[in-house]
Design a protein around this ligand. Structure first.
Ligand SMILES: [Zn+2]
Length: 711
């Protein structure tokens, strides 16, 4: 206790981080100290291993894997805190501190990943195991195999110059990824448009006008008469962040403004100082060279080596199946939008542009389902949605979730902390932070789950409970009104919570394979997308959707419309994902400078069969495709659809027993907890899936849920 109080907060290496105590200054000072210590520890480990490897003595698991795990965990804990804060409390100082240390962190990771002593020690363990002299359980076997593959992919088998070139390229890639992401963030924040007359906000719902007025206040704008911006009178400040841009494209009756916003959005980070185009070519070229050094033909093959999909062809086949089902549906959908515009006498009816699609889709949705996305917000105040989500998890997985605000330091006053208990014995099993609201300028967009603490044991052998970060970007409360969520935001929350459940409900004893660790990328979206399905389940949805003022439940008719609307524009949505996935896959399998095509030109070629409205000339979507250029999804974007096959099929197990059949739903839920959520990365994803489903995955449920069967 006293020791941990004395150590600097960033180096404590265990327990819940003391976020408010961590400063950019400490990052610059303490990360180098930590790396110094870890490098010394690694040298000691290598020396010890070399001695044993040089003799004929057998090696034990605890001589290699345990110390390795401890070294990795120290760095993961400290650097995880820095990366986390960089995502949720970004400032120029922190960003600079993060950037200044990243190279050294990557270099240490490479040193571990390329340590020949460790590699040979792992090989020795594998040989001993194969010879029958070292018994390993299946989890250990999988950890060992995955670590060996990981080391091979990190270039451990490379010699001299090739290895040096590999390391230099890895560091450059990490730096390029950070620059790419920062360019997107800066380009997003760097654009705004002040709207001063009520005509310019024609069609916008009240919540959006409030949000835009709040943004105007935050930016220090004043009305013409010098008064503060208001939702009624403006001025309103439009921006490119999702909570402002998406609804504007959906509701604004000002086609000229939609066009301006759309063009600004799709051309983000594609010119001037923030131009990502040169970075894209450099990243793709470096990755191709890295692949060649590792003995693979393309980066896509490197990516698939550690995934559930076993070849580029297998992925192409899945994407083609979905494309073939989705394309005609998307064409029909576009025609229906044009017909709708025509009925309204809109000038654009003859030639819809991309900035018209969201708008007319919303009009048609309202007409077809009499359902107004914004109008449903009052039924989804965040506190009620959380109650509903927690009750569902209680039913399905026999857990209890309790607010524990104040029991853990947080990085922003909006952040909440919760504890998770096993309902069977009331034992605490996990915890999580929830950071729900958008903070333009300092918080990265999108939603994600990350691990704060993984399930393990501390030095004294006491269990360490897993703790997750759950980050969303929904509209914050305005005045006395709580955060009222769109149905999509509810789905997003359920999605991230699914990731969180796999992290928190793990029963794997070995931290290397606990939670989402070592779960193949293309299977990692199984629990998250699985949870989204429950937003369409009658008792779940009607149980949680209550009007925040009247307390009235969501009318039955509205629920029926939600169900009908689920597959609305489903062909277009599927096609869009296929487009992204195929662009990503081919950029990493078929593109090289020798093709004579720019990456953007290749994307436009792919667009001829994967979009029904071709990209406009200004569209430089690749320049903001952070998933693959700043995140970890390169040659892996297809994973969303791959895992969706798994998640839809998993949910169909509940449909088969009958969603109103409570005892069967509960026992199926327990089985889901005992397989997918518990076993995580300790078994192969196909094995885990079959343990739950009793058979191999089938795409039937996904095609049915997406409404593409009728095609
Ligand atoms: Zn996800």
């Amino acid at each position: 206790m006293s020791a941990s109080l004395l150590s600097p907060p960033l180096l404590r290496g265990e327990g819940l981080p003391d976020f408010p105590a961590i400063t950019p200054e400490q990052v610059r000072q303490q990360i180098p100290l930590l790396l110094q210590e870890l490098n010394a520890g690694l040298s000691d480990l290598e020396d010890g291993l070399n001695l044993t490897l040089g003799s004929s003595e057998p090696l034990g698991w605890s001589q290699v894997m345990d110390p390795l795990q401890r070294l990795g965990e120290r760095l993961r804990w400290s650097w995880g805190v820095v990366s986390h804060l960089n995502g949720v409390c970004n400032s120029p100082e922190l960003r600079e501190a993060h950037r200044s240390q990243q190279g050294a962190v990557v270099a240490f990771g490479n040193r571990v990943g390329q340590s020949r002593s460790i590699y040979h020690a792992l090989k020795r363990l594998q040989e001993q195991h194969r010879a029958g002299s070292l018994p390993l359980d299946p989890t250990q076997e999988r950890i060992l195999e995955a670590e060996l593959l990981d080391m091979q992919l990190r270039g451990v088998a490379l010699e001299g110059e090739a290895q040096a070139a590999f390391n230099t390229a890895s560091e450059e890639l990490a730096e390029l990824a950070t620059r790419f992401g920062n360019h997107v963030l800066d380009a997003t924040n760097g654009w705004s448009l002040a709207l001063n007359s009520t005509e310019e906000v024609d069609g916008l719902p009240e919540s959006l006008r409030q949000l835009l007025a709040q943004a105007a206040r935050d930016a220090g704008l004043k009305a013409a008469d010098g008064s503060e911006p208001s939702a009624e009178k403006g001025p309103w400040l439009l921006g490119l962040d999702m909570p402002r841009a998406m609804p504007f494209l959906k509701y604004s009756r000002r086609r000229d403004l939609r066009e301006r916003l759309y063009k600004a959005q799709v051309s983000r980070a594609s010119s001037g100082d923030l131009d990502n185009s040169p970075l894209i070519e450099r990243i793709l070229t470096l990755k191709r060279e890295q692949a060649a050094r590792l003995g693979y033909a393309t980066w896509a093959e490197v990516s698939l080596a550690s995934k559930m999909a076993d070849s580029v062809d297998a992925v192409e086949r899945l994407l083609e199946d979905l494309r073939a089902a989705a394309y005609p549906a998307a064409q029909r959908e576009l025609k229906a939008l044009a017909a709708c515009a025509e009925r309204h006498g809109a000038a654009e009816a003859g030639e819809l542009k991309p900035w018209d699609v969201s708008f007319w889709a919303e009009v048609l949705r309202r007409e077809s389902f009499d359902l107004h996305g914004e109008a449903l917000r009052p039924w989804f105040p965040l506190p009620r949605v959380l109650d509903g989500l927690f009750a569902l998890c209680g039913r399905l997985f026999a857990i209890r979730i309790e607010a524990a605000d104040g029991e853990a330091p947080v990085w922003h006053p909006d952040v909440r902390f919760f504890r998770v208990f096993d309902a069977a014995n009331d034992k605490a099993i996990a915890g999580f932070y929830l950071d729900p609201y958008s903070r333009p300028g300092s918080k990265r967009g999108g939603a994600w789950m990350d691990d704060c603490l993984g399930r393990s044991r501390d030095a004294a052998g006491h269990p360490v409970l897993p703790v997750a970060y759950l980050i969303c970007n929904q509209s914050p409360p305005v005045g006395d009104t709580p955060s009222l969520m769109t149905f999509e935001e509810v789905e997003t929350l359920f999605h991230e919570f699914g990731h969180g459940l796999q992290h928190m409900l793990t029963t794997v004893e070995r931290p290397e394979a606990a939670g989402i660790n070592h779960v193949e990328w293309d299977a990692v979206e199984l629990p998250s997308q699985f949870m989204e399905n429950w937003c369409y389940d009658r008792s779940t949805l009607l149980g949680m959707a209550r009007h925040w003022q009247s307390g009235q439940p969501l009318p039955e008719a509205e629920f029926a419309k939600l169900l009908a609307a689920r597959t609305f524009m489903g062909g277009s949505a599927t096609l869009r994902q296929v487009h992204f996935a195929l662009v990503d896959l081919r950029l990493h399998s078929a593109w090289s400078p020798a093709t004579g095509l720019s990456p953007e030109a290749l994307r436009r070629q792919i667009a001829t069969t994967t979009t029904v409205l071709p990209p406009i000339p200004e569209d430089s979507f690749l320049c903001a495709f952070s998933h693959i250029f700043a995140g970890g999804y390169s040659a892996g974007y297809y994973s969303y659809k791959w895992a969706e096959v798994l998640s839809a099929d998993a949910f169909s197990a509940f449909e088969e027993v009958g969603l109103e059949n409570e005892p069967e739903v509960q026992s199926t839920g327990r089985r889901f907890r005992d397989t997918v959520l518990s076993l995580g990365g300790s078994r192969s994803p196909s094995e885990v899936f079959e343990a739950f489903r009793g058979r191999e995955p089938s795409a039937e449920a996904l095609i049915r849920h997406s409404g593409l069967l009728a095609a």
